[in-house]
Design a binder for this molecule. Structure first.
Ligand code: FAD
Length: 278
């Protein structure tokens, strides 16, 4: 791994005390990896807003540089401004700015900021340069996009609204990432694009997530997972090999860092990072 490659980790807000204790244990064990920052997800429509703030406090108290995720869909500018001011007052220096998805039952009320690009522009208008802003990128195309080219153009526009970096949706085909980076760089993007890494720990959960977010699981991986059936230990060992190789290929090919979707665990992320040659 080059000296410049950064490692970051993503958590979601815990729903009860036991989950909170697990999050703290995981975050503490990941401290040894010298993470550049940790991020905390935000529920669509603000449904877990207080959960996000609680987890941000917890992680900040452990000494991490924390990047709360913030999604804009379904919110007013005043609501977003209040959240931004609250984070600034806490000394938060980074944000992951997203559109989010409307929860079912909210009809078509998208709120005052329709796309993540509107949110990035609003953050810059309201908070200036108080935050380093990361946005989402989709090397295999956002599932609702009408065409790949149009999705790339929307991504480029979003970055130009003032994003400092991007984190990708997860993928298992390194070429999808390299092709995406190459194409958006040719369209004028010069910010770091950090691959999002999803460890493989549970086959049915991974297949469900991937169907929802449009991430492709290559056929050979699906077939191997199917062969393992309920043998969790073999799935984990296989997943560790696949995702470690992917991570190494990404770093060797010039990715500026890796962002781990930890699912609030630490073991798999630790093992992958420890296996990478630096
Ligand atoms: P956008 O960049 O706004 O894009 C959404 C869609 O709109 C794309 O298809 C794009 O092509 C299209 N589009 C953009 N601009 C225009 C335009 N001007 N005209 C027409 N179409 C346009 N979700 C959460 O709820 N909470 C989280 O914490 C969270 N964290 C995430 C972290 C990462 C790293 C990633 C990759 C995703 C995360 N998501 C999260 C999921 C994300 O909210 C969804 O994928 C959502 O559907 C899109 O969000 P976005 O910010 O990528 O949207």
């Amino acid at each position: 791994m080059s000296d410049k490659a950064v490692i970051s980790a993503e958590f979601f807000p815990p729903r009860d005390i036991a989950a909170q204790e697990k999050l703290v244990r995981s975050a503490k064990s990941l401290m040894g990896l010298d993470l550049s920052y940790v991020s905390v997800t935000f529920g669509a429509g603000g449904s877990t807003r207080s959960g996000t703030v609680g987890a941000v406090d917890l992680l900040q108290n452990l000494g991490f540089d924390v990047a709360p995720h913030l999604s804009c869909i379904g919110s007013t500018k005043a609501e977003i401004a209040e959240i931004l001011d609250g984070y600034q007052a806490k000394g938060i220096k980074r944000l992951v700015a997203l559109r989010g998805d409307l929860p079912s039952g909210m009809g078509g009320d998208v709120g005052e900021l329709r796309y993540a690009s509107d949110l990035v522009a609003f953050i810059r208008e309201h908070s200036g340069d108080a935050f380093r802003v990361e946005v989402a990128a989709y090397p295999e195309m956002h599932p609702q996009a009408l065409s790949f080219q149009e999705d790339l153009e929307h991504f480029v526009f979003k970055v130009k609204q003032g994003a400092d970096a991007a984190i990708t949706q997860y993928f298992y085909n390194a070429n999808a990432y390299f092709d995406f980076v190459d194409r958006v760089q040719k369209m004028g993007v010069d910010v770091p694009i950090i691959p999002g890494i999803m460890p493989i720990m549970n086959s049915s959960q991974l297949i469900r997530f991937s169907n929802m977010c449009g991430a492709e699981i290559p056929r050979w991986i699906k077939l191997r997972l199917a062969d393992f059936g309920d043998d969790r230990a073999s799935i984990r060992a296989f997943g560790l090999d696949v995702v470690t190789k992917l991570s190494q290929d990404l770093i060797d090919g010039g990715a500026p860092g890796l962002h781990f979707y930890t699912l609030n665990g630490s073991e798999t992320t630790m093992k992958i990072v420890e296996r990478l040659s630096r």
